[in-house]
Design a protein around this ligand. Sequence first.
Ligand SMILES: *[C@@H]1O[C@H](CO)[C@@H](O)[C@H](O)[C@H]1NC(C)=O
Ligand SMILES: *[C@@H]1O[C@H](CO)[C@@H](O)[C@H](O)[C@H]1NC(C)=O
Length: 438
Amino acid sequence: MSLLLLPLLLFSLLLLVSPQGTLAADHQPPPKPILTRMFKDPSTSLYTIPIKEGGAPLVLDLAGALIWSTCAPGHRTIPCNCGLCRVASRSPTATAGCAYTSSGGEPSSSTGTRHCTCTAYPCNPATGQCGRGDVTAVPLSANATDGKNPLFPVSFPAIGACAPDALLAALPSAAAGVAGLSRLPLSLPSQVASALRVARQFALCLPTSGGRSGAAIFGGGPFQLLAAPPVDVADGFFLDDPHPHRFLKSPRNGAYYVGITGIHVNNERVPLPPGVFDLHAGSGTGGVMLSTATPYTTLRPDIYRPLLEAFDAATSGVPRAPPVRPFEMCYQVSALSSTRLGFGVANIELLLDGGGSWLLAGNASLVQVNDKTVCFAFLEMGPATTVVPGSPAVIFGGFQMEDHLLMFDLEEASFGFRGPLPGIRTNCGNFDFSMGTS
Ligand SMILES: *[C@@H]1O[C@H](CO)[C@@H](O)[C@H](O)[C@H]1NC(C)=O
Ligand SMILES: *[C@@H]1O[C@H](CO)[C@@H](O)[C@H](O)[C@H]1NC(C)=O
């Protein structure tokens, strides 16, 4: 008999002998997605979720393969010669020339037994550094949700990697590690789906700076925000079939890439050579990658320069301010009007493959850096700014995704978004976290 069938058989035996028999199975609560709050760390501009049991925050890494954190001595390990270990120790970053820090994850205290322990290669998305650590079980907890309120607490273990303390460099000071949200099998959304028997789907609503918290739901929709009246901002995405936008995949990582055909500034096409946004299927270079670990959208120089020039021309009437690093072009706040979508300036639109566009209005194109100054919130890719293996053409960063609902369906390889949410008179801080009734 195969090893896999054994637990199944034992389970059915248990059902048979237990007095309630199949009744017990019927009374299991139906699978529900889980909900967590999300915070933006003011000093690193990274987003965290308090999903580890006990509430220690993990940094969101949309492109990350693994869940990882520092581990206590004596943590559980798994043997190196099992199928799970083959998946966990596969390291997309190892092939991408990632820099390794010292080895981490002290061996567990399971002395005497001379079995080999499984090792994984966690990476820090803010520095690009990677480390080595034992594969272990990470206890997670959150609330089940109906997409409107938290309903009841849920706890479950996930497979994660231990990491050396040094790998926490450049992360928020309270953070215990990273939650990878990639399309790969050991990411948080994939593990929530298998542990809780929910859909391999998730939605993120990244908060802006200024103290409001955002929200994330793993396992499917809806996603309701308070407004007058409350609105399901997921708008049927999780039920739609087929979805309008597919995400693209690179062989080098588990990140989500978006197909873009061009950029408009003030309704005029920015002159760019054809194919600049292409993701090369073989090498995994190029493409427009979504990243929650990159604070501001960063573009290859051949895209950044024409975009900057187009925006410069479209805002030629607005008085400038001296540039504030790392930004290159800044304006006097006092000269700008404000609208429901932030500062009144020329709109930037990313034209999406499959139709539609992603609007970057004043709140997404300009960032206020001090009382008097706002700056063009995009950066030019250079040796110092990119830590992402595989060299994307554009790394679409956190600031530009804030106050949007981002939705991913891993089964269908598709994504959707709704926003800017202030345009429909709500924002990512408007999830109702008061306890609901199931
Ligand atoms: C569940 O939701 C309640 C109400 O918002 C909150 O107090 C509690 O901390 C949440 N539990 C978890 C594990 O997130
Ligand atoms: C613009 O961003 C600021 C700071 O991030 C926020 O406080 C404000 O509510 C936003 N306004 C709109 C209209 O989105």
